[in-house]
Write a protein that binds this ligand. Structure first.
Ligand SMILES: C[S@@+](CC[C@H](N)C(=O)[O-])C[C@H]1O[C@@H](n2cnc3c(N)ncnc32)[C@H](O)[C@@H]1O
Length: 222
């Protein structure tokens, strides 16, 4: 049972709903991630943080990475397990866990993929903690493939939430939306800097317009 009176409960009800799980399970990997994977050496394990229905987990496995896939919501964990069931357990672990408390050792990953996840932080504290966790589990020289919504263009259906960067969707599910420079500065403060082009654009989704930041960041060192 989820508690509809709390932000985390409302988010869980949305992400665990059979409709949402089915939608994300049917998605295919984006060509820009396939391209990135094709030119990224497989020299350590990969993390798919907020794996959803498993499209990016599958792409990482196909490329040759061993993968830890993590999602906060059990419906998504089950979907990714089902989608990657053909791979041996030595190559894929799917776990329930939070972006702000990643269940992995420091420096465990050569590559992390975090697509569509960071802005789901229910408050600013968890958003900052999630950035810190990504930096912690990436090894020096490791790469982060990031895709997150930003505050660059705001859907008029969003309502301001309790604090800076907080917004509420029409169903009261919270989002943390920040300006692009703030997001890049938060990663830079933890030693991750953009490498190559930083893409910002607006996508017209069925839920409304969403400003996107998409880029690759490298953790300093090595
Ligand atoms: C937009 S979906 C993206 C799924 C997948 N990354 C993809 O590209 O298809 C966002 C995912 O983040 C998960 N999620 C939301 N908040 C999370 C958190 N705090 N920690 C981990 N996963 C979270 C949701 O359950 C959902 O599966």
């Amino acid at each position: 049972m989820t508690d509809a009176t709390t932000a985390t409960g409302r988010a869980a009800a949305y992400w665990n709903s059979p409709e949402t799980v089915t939608e994300f399970r049917s998605l295919d990997v984006q060509p820009y991630l396939t391209d990135l994977l094709a030119r990224t050496p497989v020299d350590g394990p990969a993390l798919d943080l907020g794996c959803g229905g498993g499209r990016n987990t599958l792409a990482l496995l196909e490329r040759g990475f061993d993968v830890l896939a993590v999602d906060l919501h059990q419906g998504m964990v089950d979907a990714t397990r089902a989608r990657t069931a053909a791979y041996p357990p030595a190559r894929i672990t799917v776990r329930q866990g939070a972006a702000d408390a990643v269940p992995a050792e420091d420096g465990a990953f050569a590559l992390a993929v975090c697509y569509g996840v960071l802005h789901n932080a229910v408050d600013r504290t968890r958003w900052e903690a999630s950035v810190g966790e990504i930096a912690r589990v990436l090894r020096p020289g490791g790469l982060l493939a990031l895709n997150t919504f930003t505050s660059q263009t705001l859907d008029p259906r969003l309502r301001p939430g309790a604090g800076d960067g907080q917004y509420l969707l029409p169903d009261d599910v919270p989002m943390t939306l920040l300006p692009v420079p703030h997001i890049l500065d938060a990663f830079a403060a933890r030693g991750l800097r953009a490498e190559g082009a930083v893409h910002t654009y607006v996508r017209d989704l069925d839920v409304g317009p969403r400003a996107v930041l998409r880029c690759v960041l490298r953790r300093e060192g090595d």
